[in-house]
Design a protein around this ligand. Structure first.
Ligand SMILES: Cc1cc2nc3c(=O)[nH]c(=O)nc-3n(C[C@H](O)[C@H](O)[C@H](O)COP(=O)(O)OP(=O)(O)OC[C@H]3O[C@@H](n4cnc5c(N)ncnc54)[C@H](O)[C@@H]3O)c2cc1C
Length: 363
């Protein structure tokens, strides 16, 4: 067991107090052993990855933190242009992207620069610039904390959707992911579905996967979306709210209110009845702006209105207040409830959290 330290040192928002215990596990068996110790101490197990998609409370003394050690990808098989790769949960995600593009394995090049670990990517089905991890996940290996058995969940068992899976909905906190199996494509063309990436690739004459991954990182850096000690706007959890999916009638009403603007909207159902809107656009039309101070030490990013950013002296309760303020502004202007992306960890059951917050519960 490691000596517990403040979780603010291990989260990208840099908030979070000292947990009840802190374990580091080298493999699945060690993770299971640590789980039993955490349970014995009547603590709630919390698997901590890179800390880039969670808001940890100021007093998480009921938590037993469990971190999984990093490792290397292993190629399991390759045939007919597809390659199956098993990756340990503790490997940093961006290092895996580098590993893949260096071998001309296609499928995750536009997910370059996303912080955190491989094992967390299925949790909210990470996505960016035209790709989602669900498209290349074949299976997830995990310890099911309801039975303490090692299980293999195939992709169709994971209930993947936009920023959604069973791991951040019905089964939050139930599975400790130990490895992820990916199916990548050998020598595939880079994905240029996203206009900004396509333009950058055309300008740079980029047709190699590694080059596109680097262009994506450059685009992300300009938006404060690559964690760096040199960029105060990257002290965040990335995009803090999901893009809301609304009824087409609601989207049409908003479009008609803004006849001089192209309102960003994407049809997400075959019948055209559900539409995804841009949370950032809604926020900016609700009186919120880049750099706006929302609570003590918590503001919106200067580079991207969708990111909540902390400064020295910020607290988790300040993040809660800031997120609620954003929700109220958008709700009162448009009648739309924005739902936060991060998982809320170590808050008591009676703590007031933003509407729709996914809480880590004891299992
Ligand atoms: C600057 C910045 C940019 C970002 N950009 C994007 C983006 O473009 N697209 C996107 O989708 N996300 C983005 N994110 C969010 C975040 O990086 C991803 O969600 C990432 O996958 C979180 O990984 P993590 O290891 O940091 O998870 P953590 O924050 O450590 O954990 C998040 C949740 O996952 C659980 N978890 C972590 N590892 C495991 C495991 N092995 N088993 C079971 N549960 C686990 C935790 O318990 C917690 O509930 C961004 C974040 C930042 C700070």
């Amino acid at each position: 067991m490691a000596v517990p330290r403040p979780l603010s040192e291990a989260t990208t928002l840099r908030v979070g107090g000292i947990p009840g215990a802190w374990h580091i596990a080298s493999d699945a068996q060690a993770a299971l052993d640590a789980l039993l110790v955490i349970r014995h101490a009547a603590l709630t197990p919390f698997v901590l990855g890179g800390g880039s998609n969670c808001v940890v409370s100021d007093n998480p003394s009921t938590l037993g933190v469990l971190q999984l050690a990093a490792g290397e990808p292993e190629i399991l098989s390759s045939s007919l242009g597809a390659v199956a790769v098993q990756v340990p949960a503790g490997m940093p995600w961006d290092a895996f992207v580098d590993w893949a593009v260096a071998r001309s394995f296609q499928g995750i090049e536009c997910l370059a620069g996303i912080p955190g670990q491989v094992g967390a990517t299925p949790i909210q089905n990470v996505g960016a610039y035209g790709q989602e991890v669900a498209a290349v996940i074949k299976a997830v290996m995990a310890i099911d904390t309801q039975t303490d058995a090692l299980v293999e969940l195939c992709a169709s068992d994971c209930d993947f959707a936009y920023r959604h899976s069973r791991f951040n909905s019905a089964d939050t906190g139930r599975f400790m992911i130990t490895d992820v199996h990916f199916r990548l494509h050998q020598n595939g063309e880079p994905c240029l579905a996203y206009p900004e990436v396509r333009r950058a690739a055309l300008d740079a004459g980029a047709c190699e996967l590694w080059h596109v991954a680097d262009l994506v990182r450059a685009i992300r850096r300009r938006k404060g979306m690559v964690v760096s000690p040199d960029d105060p706007d990257s002290r965040s959890a990335g995009s803090f709210f999901r893009n809301p999916i609304v009824d087409a009638v609601v989207a049409d009403r908003i479009v008609s209110e803004f006849p001089d603007e192209t309102v960003p909207r994407w049809d997400v159902s075959a019948t055209g009845t559900s539409v995804k809107l841009s949370a950032a656009w809604l926020m900016e039309r609700s009186g919120l702006y880049r750099g706006m101070e929302l609570a003590n030490g918590v503001r919106l990013s200067n580079k991207h209105v969708l990111a909540l950013v902390t400064e020295d002296g910020a607290s988790a309760s300040g993040v809660v207040d800031a997120a609620i303020k954003v929700q109220c502004a958008v709700e009162s202007r448009f009648g739309i409830g924005l739902v936060p992306e991060p998982v809320w960890v170590g808050f008591g059951n009676d703590a007031m959290l933003p509407a729709g917050a996914v809480r880590l519960e004891a299992h």
